[in-house]
Design a protein. Structure first.
Length: 332
């Protein structure tokens, strides 16, 4: 079967039409007719070859939702007509210690949907069915798309930082990742404090469920110390100040990557209050299913801007300029 996709032929170039044939010799694979696909900053990094792993023609797209149209001979858990989502990861060994613990995202043989293979910007995508996730009926496809990368990234990070209910949770940044983190934390019954540098985002933070919004430099003390602080930004911030806002046994977790190393954090600061600093990449398969269920049950709703697939280059330009509020989704 021929897939009509959109690809960059060289780094930093606009996407153009690109057709390729599916491979029928992969019995675990399925072919999904794409309905919607989010545009993530990682797609842009891949188009630009920022990580020096891009191969061209490069078909981006790893927040895919669509309908299963064909299944390979060994696919039992999906059938033609199922609506599924595909995220950043599309392969793991499924045998190593991490995979057997449900941490496929930590597997050394992990492969990404758009690295060395073609992603979701197209009529269809061919992908390992073991990394396709059924989308609950109540989640509209365009709404589900950003959950497959942005949503699972923040949800898994919060869970592994120990998020339950009745806690005080801080979220640094209220963009594409941050607004979803606020929703998950708030809808699961936590008090959420948002840290932002933009005064004009206060109302948006509150509309997503934040109970406190701290604009600009964080204070030295806050009334309710935080159990978790999740950083979703890519800035160098005063991490010592943030650590001082954590309650005992608190965790400072990173999904956004600041450019500099974390320096001037003295171990005594961690030791005295038994604090932890952690990072977290996407999420394992069980966690993705759990996140989708919770999103459906709790009405987690990414704030999106939709674009027809024909306007892909306009949409990418807007993502590059940081002008999308808050996740861009292409409709095919
Ligand atoms: Zn992504
Ligand atoms: Zn593995």
């Amino acid at each position: 079967m021929k897939i009509h996709a959109l690809a960059a032929n060289n780094k930093q170039e606009e996407l153009i039409n690109f057709d390729y044939e599916t491979n029928s010799n992969l019995p675990h694979d399925c072919i999904v007719k794409v309905q919607t696909c989010g545009i993530c900053h990682s797609d842009i990094h891949m188009i630009d070859n920022d990580w020096r792993i891009s191969k061209y023609p490069l078909v981006p797209g790893h927040e895919v939702v669509g309908i299963v149209e064909e299944v390979g001979g060994l696919v039992n858990h999906l059938k033609v007509g199922d609506r599924v989502g595909i995220g950043w990861q599309s392969e793991a060994c499924l045998e190593c210690r991490d995979c057997l613990r449900g941490n496929e995202n930590l597997c050394n043989s992990s492969k990404a949907t758009i690295v060395g293979r073609h992603g979701g910007f197209g009529s269809h995508v061919q992908v390992d069915s073991r990394f396709c996730f059924k989308i609950p009926d109540s989640l509209e496809s365009a709404i589900a798309s950003p959950l497959l990368c942005a949503g699972i990234t923040v949800y898994s990070a919060l869970r592994y930082a120990g998020m339950s209910s009745g806690q005080n949770i801080g979220i640094i940044g209220i963009g594409g990742l941050g607004h979803l983190a606020v929703q998950f934390a708030a809808k699961l019954g936590n008090r959420v404090t948002v840290f932002t540098t933009s005064p004009d985002k206060e109302e948006f933070a509150r509309s997503n469920g934040a109970t406190e919004v701290i604009i600009g430099t964080p204070p030295r003390k806050i009334k309710d110390k935080l159990n978790i602080i999740l950083n979703t930004t890519h800035n160098d911030l005063d991490w010592v100040r943030f650590l001082s806002l954590l309650d005992s046994d608190g965790t400072l977790s990173f999904v956004g990557v600041p450019p500099s190393n974390l320096s001037n954090i003295h171990v005594n600061m961690l030791l005295n209050k038994r604090l932890r600093i952690m990072g977290s990449p996407i999420g394992g398969r069980a966690m993705i299913n759990e996140m989708l269920e919770i999103a459906a049950l709790q009405g987690i709703t990414p704030v999106i801007e939709k674009f027809p697939a024909t306007k892909v280059n306009e949409a990418i330009a807007k993502v590059r300029a940081n002008q999308v509020r808050y996740r861009a989704v292409l409709e095919f």
